[in-house]
Write a protein that binds this ligand. Structure first.
Ligand SMILES: *Cc1c(COP(=O)(O)O)cnc(C)c1O
Length: 722
């Protein structure tokens, strides 16, 4: 089995995981015991049939516990466990699941170019979207981080990851009848987390300490298995910490800026300290976003004894650090007043032997400008050997945006490249399409040495088989939406007639359009409803569309919340009540349902603010077609035949741009999308739509899969190329 353990006593938590799984197994009837082992490795979540094994134990409890297998097996009644143990299919399923996971873990690791089991990539990120049962993610950044870990595991790439264990996670969203968003946070139960606290040689919890804001803060280390990749999560909810310090790892993207800076200090310096305490020596540190920017400075302090001076130690640390920037939106590139940063990290700087001014200079665009605040992106750009955006267009935008850091260079020579994002196909693909691909593309299609050639087989799939899979996935979504829309509308206190409207009308044969993403204003959810007459006509046409919307606004983003309320303003119209559903609490599970079920996936960002976007890629692998602004990934993906596009020009007049884009959107929907979907052959299938689907899957599937992304990270940033 892959091991990242240095010689000496095992202290990386692997033994803790085994003990926890054995303790859980002891509670189960013997035939179910393999499930306890599988429960502690999220590999089950992307093994075909893996979720079904757990669900069969107790479907109602499985749904209620948000698909958390440790919680399921810990709390299931003795009688349901006994009953499950007599179900031969379930017993076979459990044995097969654990043996498949073991076989995966037993593969030899990929090695080369300075990386190997003893020199893994350390992937640092403020959020990880591994699974809905581990609520330590908010949106695209986390979903991408989760997909990178899973793909690294599939490719046997030696990788470890470090993040924070937010005890209250990210907020849950409830919308009221007026369209106002309300947020609440729920505490996770540490006894039910599918992970373990790492103990040291004496059996006590392994901890690290870090000075933060004048106090010494202690953090315990959790270990969560993501296939072959261990994810370590730092946790300050400890009795030795003062109550305020528990808040360092309480909430993801806490609104309080001192708390956020404390989180960044812990994530940055703490991840390097934690890996050292675990006995792990990474070959490369990947800062996924700038939040962990103190990591290279902690590393430099650790390397100082090997190197002559501090300057050389920082160079050595820089030579092991790579950075990915994820957004051109200013709010995503946090800056803080220098005094505020120093109030949080001055004790840490003392320990690192770094002058306060030295740190602040890294974070200013113009290091000499004493007026400038500290920016985490600037600091990360200065402290990494390689930096990049997340799509070709975002690379260009980022070079333009940060060119002043290299004032002696032309914009083309700014050293910021890009690796376009991709999605982890086994996670996002729906079961009907997966079965079809397993049949038609050949069993090994996910590991094909030439993915482009493997996906070409999509062209040979018959109309009948392709349409059957598409309709099956749409029908699953429609069934879900009927139930959820009723529940959520009644929860909002809506009148019964309105509450039941969509439950009665959502139709598995109707063109289903999805728009789901973080509700930042630049994503322009309201572009869709700018012209109410058009929307009403679209919904009530003889060949109608039905629309599903979802997304969370940041708790402090009042403008985004108002945008949501404007959209809700239309809801009393009968057609809207019947054919538009807003789904509360967009998360990984809803994201998967929507991208599997929708026929058309809309993305309407204001260019050039969409760095990449990944939900559309999830839709592609399920046969969804894209209608998107030519921004982010779509700018390099669209070829005129594999979806539909709205112009991506930058426009200094946002109102004029909105008007132009909504005209283009309406024209495309009326003149192209609806006719392609509803023009049917003698067998009731839409030949033009199916052709475009094949074209989309074949040209986009291999290019926007995480397999390609990981290969590019390995060839480029991870192995030394700039
Ligand atoms: C994929 C995903 C995202 C990112 O989608 P974008 O296209 O970047 O908006 C956000 N949230 C969830 C829950 C996702 O699954």
């Amino acid at each position: 089995m892959l091991s990242v353990i240095a010689d000496g006593p095992h202290r990386d938590g692997e033994a803790d995981r085994r003990r926890a799984a054995e303790a859980l197994a002891a509670r189960l009837p013997e035939p179910l015991r393999p499930l306890a082992h599988a429960a502690y490795n999220y590999r089950w979540s992307w093994t075909p049939g893996g979720a079904d094994c757990f669900e069969r134990v107790d479907p109602e409890r499985w749904a209620r516990l948000e698909h958390n297998p440790v919680a399921l097996l810990t709390t299931a009644s003795a009688s349901s466990l006994e009953a499950a143990a007599t179900d031969p299919d379930l017993v076979a399923c459990a044995a097969r699941l654990w043996s498949e996971i073991q076989a995966d873990l037993d593969r030899p690791p990929a090695v080369g170019a300075g990386l190997g089991p003893r020199r893994p990539v350390a992937f640092l990120c403020a959020e990880f979207g591994i699974h809905v049962s581990l609520p330590i993610y908010s949106g695209g950044l986390g979903a991408l981080a989760g997909d990178i870990l899973k793909e690294a595991s599939d490719r046997a790439l030696p990788m470890v990851a470090v993040g924070l264990m937010y005890r209250r996670g990210y907020f849950r969203q409830r919308i009221d009848a007026g369209g106002m968003q309300h947020e609440h946070w729920t505490m996770i139960d540490p006894d039910l987390v599918p992970g373990v606290r790492v103990t040291g040689p004496g059996g006590d919890p392994l901890t690290i300490t870090i000075p933060i804001a004048g106090e010494s803060v202690t953090a315990a280390i959790w270990r969560v298995e993501v296939g072959r990749v261990p994810l370590f999560l730092l946790d300050t909810e400890l009795p030795e910490n003062a109550p305020l310090q528990h808040w360092v790892t309480a909430r993801l993207y806490d609104g309080d800026s001192d708390t956020r800076l404390s989180q960044y200090a812990l994530l940055g310096a703490g991840s390097v300290r934690a890996l050292a305490a675990l006995g792990i020596t990474p070959g490369v540190f990947h800062l996924n976003e700038g939040h962990a920017v103190l990591a290279p400075l902690q590393l430099a302090a650790d390397l100082a004894s090997e190197h002559g001076g501090q300057g050389q130690a920082i160079e050595a640390a820089r030579a092991r650090t790579v950075f990915t920037t994820h957004t051109p939106v200013p709010a995503g590139n946090d800056t803080y007043p220098a005094e505020q940063v120093l109030a949080v990290v001055s004790g840490l700087l003392d320990e690192l032997g770094l002058e306060p001014e030295g740190l602040i200079r890294f974070g200013r665009t113009d290091a000499d400008n004493a007026e400038e605040p500290f920016g985490i992106t600037q600091a990360a750009l200065r402290l990494s050997r390689s930096a990049g955006g997340v799509s070709r267009r975002h690379g260009e935008v980022a070079r333009e945006m940060w060119r002043e850091l290299w004032s002696d260079r032309e914009v083309d020579e700014v050293p910021i490249g890009h690796v376009t994002n991709g999605v982890h196909v086994p996670t996002w693909i729906g079961a009907p399409v997966r079965r079809l691909f397993d049949e038609q593309l050949g069993e090994g299609w996910l590991f094909a040495s030439d993915p482009t050639a493997a996906w070409e087989a999509v062209d040979r799939i018959s109309d009948e088989a392709l349409w059957r899979a598409r309709c099956a996935q749409r029908a699953e979504l429609v069934a879900h939406l009927r139930g959820r829309s009723l529940d959520q509308r009644l929860e909002r206190g809506e009148p019964r007639e309105y509450a039941t409207a969509a439950a009665g009308t959502f139709d598995p044969a109707v063109l289903t359009i999805g728009f789901a993403r973080r509700l930042a204003t630049y994503k322009r959810l309201d572009l869709l409803t700018r012209n109410p007459e058009f929307v009403l006509a679209l919904l009530s046409d003889a060949r109608p569309a039905q629309i599903v919307l979802a997304g969370k606004a940041h708790p402090r983003d009042d403008e985004a919340k108002r945008m949501l309320q404007r959209v809700f303003g239309l809801k009393r119209a009968r057609q809207v009540a019947e054919r538009v559903v807003f789904l509360d609490n967009y998360d990984l599970a809803e994201g998967a349902r929507l991208t599997r079920g929708c026929d058309l996936w809309l993305n309407l960002p204001r260019p050039p603010l969409e760095a990449s976007g990944t939900s559309g890629m999830k839709s592609v692998v399920n046969g969804g077609l894209q209608l998107s602004v030519l921004d982010g990934w779509w700018a390099e993906a669209y070829d005129g035949t594999n979806g539909w596009a709205i112009d991506g020009e930058v426009d200094s007049d946002p109102a004029a741009q909105d008007a132009r884009h909504s005209d283009q959107l309406e024209r495309l929907l009326l003149e192209e999308v609806l006719p392609a979907f509803y023009t049917r052959d003698a067998d009731g299938r839409p030949p033009a739509w199916l052709d475009r689907m094949r074209r989309s899957m074949r040209t986009l599937g291999p290019r926007f899969a995480a397999t390609r992304m990981i290969a590019e990270y390995v060839r480029g940033p991870y192995t030394g190329a700039p």
